[in-house]
Design a protein around this ligand. Structure first.
Ligand code: S3P
Length: 182
């Protein structure tokens, strides 16, 4: 099987979307943002999906979109922060690509989240809890990110260019895309 896909996972504020866009530009490949795709298909914001269908509804949509993006042959996929919650999503990512886990310390994540104008529409749960909630979610999900990650990229105090260079160096080192004999 030829594995030629890169998933970016990590908490809100870790830079998945921005890094995905830059990486795809550098590699000359197509990319997608799973949250954007969910919103386009639903015709409403993530906040509205949470309100109307609950988190379970959003998670169903998120898993379906992940499968579609893989089937579509998308090369770089920026996922939503909670994608690792479902075993089926983790299995799909492991089976069909490489996974880079973008991290940052809680202070940095919180600064980025609170400075992002799209937070209210894209990140329903995080508008209220502040740093505490960020820390809690990161701690909860850390084992799941670790489980899927082929590469951990700490973005704390690093520029976008530095982060992208790090991921590219890793991809080159692994002679990405990878050919395996399965
Ligand atoms: C979520 C993160 C969001 C979005 C949704 C749920 C989460 O994605 O999928 O609001 O549970 O952490 P980003 O990580 O792109 O903000």
């Amino acid at each position: 099987m030829r594995v030629d896909r890169l998933f970016l996972v990590g908490p809100r504020g870790s830079g998945k979307t921005t890094v995905a866009r830059k990486l795809a530009e550098a590699l000359g490949v197509d990319w997608a943002d799973a949250d954007e795709e969910v919103m386009a298909q639903a015709g409403m914001s993530i906040r509205a999906i949470f309100e109307q269908e609950g988190e379970a509804g959003f998670r169903r949509r998120e898993s379906a979109v992940l499968r579609q993006l893989v089937e579509r042959g998308c090369f770089v996929i920026a996922t939503g922060g909670g994608v690792v919650g479902k075993p089926e999503n983790r299995a799909l990512m492991k089976a069909t690509g490489r996974v880079a886990w973008l991290t940052a310390d809680v202070e940095t994540l919180w600064r980025r989240i609170s400075g992002d104008g799209t937070t209210a529409e894209r990140r329903p749960a995080l508008s209220v809890g502040g740093r505490e909630e960020v820390a809690q979610i990161v701690a909860q999900r850390e084992p799941l990110y670790r489980e899927v990650a082929d590469r951990i990229v700490d973005t704390t105090g690093r520029s976008l260019e530095e982060v992208v260079a790090d991921v590219l160096a890793w991809l080159n080192g692994t002679q990405f895309p990878v050919i395996s004999d399965q």
